[in-house]
Design a protein around this ligand. Structure first.
Ligand code: NAD
Length: 471
């Protein structure tokens, strides 16, 4: 059993004022592995005060000083790669297909911010005016469990690059990843208070950060419902907000697609991070004229996906993060059947050969209408829906007929044509015949998928505001 007893405020590991203990689980066994002592609103207020006190000096540091600090953070986080790998497997069951990336990404994203900062223009000319980019102040950074270490590092690096100081509220379910990252960052020798890490509940620590008058900016990644609550709470004090929220992303298999190439990409997009990814391509749109062929190829591919022990090298889908999430996936599979969708592969229950963990069967529905709940709501598990279109206009209309707008994938043999289709899709990122990530490009969503953008130049800008000086 592992007990995590401390939070990090003003450059020190301290025992929180909060006394509640929260159970930590290994989702592959459904066993409790330890407990984390949670911070409360008093701790959140202390952390905000420390970040406020540190802001005047940090906001005056030069670009070179910030780059040097970020390089130390990068080295310290990279040195904990092996511990992070173990943590993402134990803590949320990251499958072999994902865990290596998850362990590498926290350091990589700091390096990406360093590159963006090196090129960042803090002062530009607009006609007769000089425009200075000014850091906003104390930033509240709130992360989800599905990439906790990566979001802590990415958001913090961008905030510090801009000259903000930070209070981080990581997911309470990711205390082990948070501990490793906090230990690493504490060794990077940043001035006390520049960053503070307070693991606690969303409705206490998260709400305190979202409402506090001394917090100027919120950068949040998580569910759309929590994003709405944060937006409302932040309104009272006019906080600037970046919200990276949920998705129901479409994958368009165009009429000319080569299925031997399209299907593996469609499945990888849908089952990314065991289906627990905001960008997961869960609605697969196929041409009506090729319906039977697409169904057969997709069904064969889904049936071959191994769901089970995250430590097994061949596993592509690990357990769901919690029992609640497991129940949610079961409920949506039942709902799909009740709504009249036709189950091609998978279904309720656990996959063969697995036992107590929160394992689910990779599931593929067809004959799904875009009005069904399984086509409209984010399931956050490996459940995919096939829908048909008669022509490209209908494909684009279906792709855009969603509350979300985070990501989309277009698959076709004629790349120029596929790119033209991509131009009509309302999503923050549209991938054409690839799943490659571009860290220099902005990332974020239209509509209910969020507000604002992260990554690259946009990610740093999100923690700043322009000030024009004339005359
Ligand atoms: P969640 O919204 O339940 O929690 C996210 C974080 O918000 C946690 O730290 C939680 O404690 C905190 N929180 C909860 N209530 C709060 C409140 N009232 N005020 C402030 N903070 C509060 O999300 P989750 O289950 O941890 O993560 C899954 C969700 O995140 C999915 O919907 C997924 O699509 C989304 N997500 C989006 C992206 C993206 O980049 N767009 C990336 C990953 C995950």
């Amino acid at each position: 059993m592992r007990n995590i007893e401390q939070i990090f405020i003003n450059g020190e590991f301290i025992t929180p004022h909060g006394t509640e203990r929260f159970d930590l689980y290994n989702p592959a066994t459904a066993q409790i592995t330890g407990q984390v002592r949670l911070a409360d609103h008093v701790d959140a207020e202390r952390a905000i005060a420390a970040a406020k006190a540190a802001f005047p000096a940090w906001s005056q540091t030069s670009k070179q000083e910030r780059i040097a600090a970020l390089k130390r953070m990068h080295a310290a986080v990279a040195a904990r790669h092996d511990d992070l790998l173990e943590a993402v497997i134990e803590e949320y069951g990251a499958p072999a297909s994902r865990s290596a990336w998850m362990a590498r990404y926290p350091a990589d994203v700091i390096a990406q911010v360093i590159e963006a900062l090196e090129a960042f223009p803090f002062t530009t000319q607009a006609g007769a005016a000089t425009v200075d980019m000014i850091p906003l102040g104390v930033a509240g950074l709130i992360t989800p469990w599905n990439s906790d270490a990566g979001f802590i590092c990415g958001k913090l690096a961008a905030a510090l690059a801009a000259g903000c100081t930070a209070v981080i509220k990581p997911s309470e379910m990711s205390a082990l990843q948070t501990l490793i990252v906090t230990q690493a960052l504490s060794e990077a020798g940043l001035p006390p208070g520049v960053f503070n890490i307070v693991t606690g509940r969303g409705d206490t620590v998260g709400e305190t950060i979202a409402r506090h008058p001394d917090v100027a900016k919120i950068s949040f990644t998580g569910s759309t419902n929590t994003g709405k609550a944060i937006l409302r709470n932040a309104a009272e004090t006019f906080k600037r907000v970046t919200l990276e929220l949920g998705g129901k992303s479409p994958t368009l298999i165009l009429a000319d697609a080569d299925l031997s190439q399209a299907v593996p990409l469609a499945i990888a997009a849908g089952f990314m991070n065991s289906g627990q990814a905001c960008v997961a391509g869960t609605r697969i749109l196929v041409p009506l004229a090729r319906k039977a062929e697409c169904e057969a190829a997709l069904a064969q591919a889904v049936a071959a996906v191994k769901s089970g022990d995250p430590r097994d090298r061949s596993t592509e889908i690990g357990p769901m993060v919690s029992e609640k999430q497991w129940q949610r996936v079961q409920r949506y599979i039942r709902l799909g059947i009740d709504e009249g969708a036709r189950l091609l592969v998978g279904g309720e229950g656990r996959p063969e050969g697995t036992q107590d963990g929160w394992f689910v069967r990779p599931t593929l529905f067809t004959d799904v209408s875009n009005q069904m709940a399984i086509a409209r709501e984010e399931i956050f598990g490996p459940v995919l829906s096939i829908m048909t279109f008669r022509d490209e206009a209908e494909a684009i209309a279906l792709a855009n007929d969603t509350e979300y707008g985070l990501s989309a994938l277009v698959l076709g043999r004629d790349v120029e044509h596929a790119r033209r289709v991509a131009q009509h899709i309302t999503a923050g990122r549209v991938l054409v015949n690839t799943l490659t990530h571009e860290p220099k490009a902005p990332f974020g969503g239209f509509k209910h998928s969020g507000v604002g953008r992260e990554m690259g130049d946009w990610g740093i800008r999100a923690f700043m505001e322009p000030k024009s000086i004339l005359g």
